[in-house]
Design a protein around this ligand. Structure first.
Ligand code: PMP
Ligand code: GLU
Length: 402
């Protein structure tokens, strides 16, 4: 074994690798080794990046647009983002209130580094996306989980917020539609959060990465529509990964108060510099061009969502909140915890996901990764054939437990 002579930082010892990416890597390795794995794990659209976007990337290479760009991204892209937001939502921003970065995940990282530090607490409604708590911890701050109830469709019950708030609370992360639940926060919830944020001077991070994938709830309630004053303390996180099936291009963006974007630019200038010049040109074609691609994807996801929900509803003792957006279902499988297969006890979501992978060849993500052990996440951004076969396997696997 290789010696481990050099010690690692305390910071890195606190965080775990991303569990969503870890399960995906495991599923892909098993598949490459010949196993008939059905992959419901990682959340990425199963569509190719649209042709006009790929063309713009190729043109950028042909034109040798291959040098450093300004740290926060090319002005045309920041201008196009500002225009897209004005058209879609009516919110007015300037290009210097936009930072383009290497994927939504990187935007969140820059934000946490620019905003939070030791002694700060940040409210994270749970179930949460796997990277929120580690990002907050990497900034030296403390994530404080606020539980969301399945019975309330994972909307936040603002009346409980007081229990989780202290004089160290610096802000809250909103993700609506949510990964992993697909739930949307109601107008009333957002109004209650907005009121507290104004009174207590919190920063609101609104992760809108799934805002083009909304099934039932149009128009989507948004914190910025609650009270115009919130614009001064809200930072939007978005990107083209989900809306234009561009997960590998690594382009995200943040939009918010100039001084916060400026601070994030300082971090970006000392870490990654600009995101890929070629990917920026491709993202420009996505943001400025026709917006029918996200609509087409959403229309393709809807029958898959409805099918998977119908199948889950037919399984004894399984409950599942209807996702109003995004492409995940988050069924509660806890009625099967405590049961056994070949003397191996299923004692929680990690054991359940392991069992489903080993015995049913189904790759899923355990709810524990999202702070909710009763559940297991399935991404339905995969083909109907895989979903049909996957649901058959899930039913059999659950029935085989005793
Ligand atoms: N926020 C949420 C809720 C997500 O699910 C993702 C997906 N990885 C991201 C942000 C970041 O997306 P990306 O870094 O791929 O642009
Ligand atoms: N957001 C996706 C997911 O939750 C991608 C994986 C990741 O970035 O963690 O599966």
């Amino acid at each position: 074994m290789e010696s481990q002579k050099i010690s690692l930082s305390e910071r890195v010892q606190q965080v775990k690798p991303s569990p969503t990416l870890a399960v995906d890597a495991k599923a892909k390795a098993l598949k490459a080794a010949g196993a008939d794995i059905l992959n419901f794990s990682v959340g990425e659209p199963d569509f190719d990046t649209p042709e006009h976007v790929c063309e713009a990337g190729k043109e950028a290479i042909d034109a040798r647009f291959t040098r450093y760009t300004p740290v926060p991204g090319i002005i045309e892209l920041r201008q196009a983002i500002v225009e897209r937001i004005a058209t879609d939502h009516g919110w007015q921003y300037e290009p210097d209130q936009v930072q383009v970065c290497c994927g939504g995940k990187h935007g969140l990282y820059n934000m946490c580094q620019a905003l939070f530090g030791p002694g700060d607490e940040v409210l994270v409604p749970a179930p949460y996306w796997v990277s929120y708590p580690p990002m907050i911890q990497l900034a030296g701050a403390t994530p404080v989980e606020v539980p969301l109830a399945e019975e309330k469709d994972f909307d936040l019950d603002a009346s409980i917020l007081d229990k989780y708030v202290s004089d160290k609370t610096r802000g809250i992360i909103i993700n609506s539609p949510s990964n992993p639940t697909g739930s949307v926060f109601s107008k009333e919830t957002l109004a209650a959060i907005g009121k507290m944020a104004i009174e207590r001077n919190w920063v609101i991070i609104t992760d809108d990465i799934y805002d083009t994938i909304v099934y039932d709830e149009e128009p989507l309630p948004h914190i910025l529509d609650v009270d115009p004053r919130l614009k001064e303390q809200t930072i939007i996180l978005n990107g083209v990964s989900k809306s234009f099936a561009m997960t590998g291009w690594r382009i995200g963006y943040s939009v918010g108060p100039k001084h916060i974007i400026g601070a994030m630019n300082k971090i970006q200038s000392q870490s990654t510099s600009n995101p890929s010049s070629i990917a920026q040109k491709a993202a420009l074609a996505a943001v400025r061009g026709p917006q029918d691609f996200p609509v087409m994807m959403k229309e393709a996801f809807l029958p898959r969502r409805d099918y998977i929900l119908k199948e889950l509803a037919s399984i004894d003792k399984v409950t599942c909140v209807v996702p109003k957006g995004a492409f995940y279902v988050f069924p509660n499988l806890s009625a099967y915890y405590g049961k056994k297969f070949n003397d191996k006890i299923i004692d929680g979501s990690v054991a359940m996901a392991d069992y489903l992978l080993e015995e049913a060849l189904l790759a899923t993500v355990p709810g524990a990764a999202f702070g909710a052990d009763a559940f297991v996440r399935f991404s339905f951004a995969t083909s109907m054939e895989i979903i049909e076969e996957g649901m058959k396997r899930l039913k059999k696997a659950l029935a085989d437990l005793s």
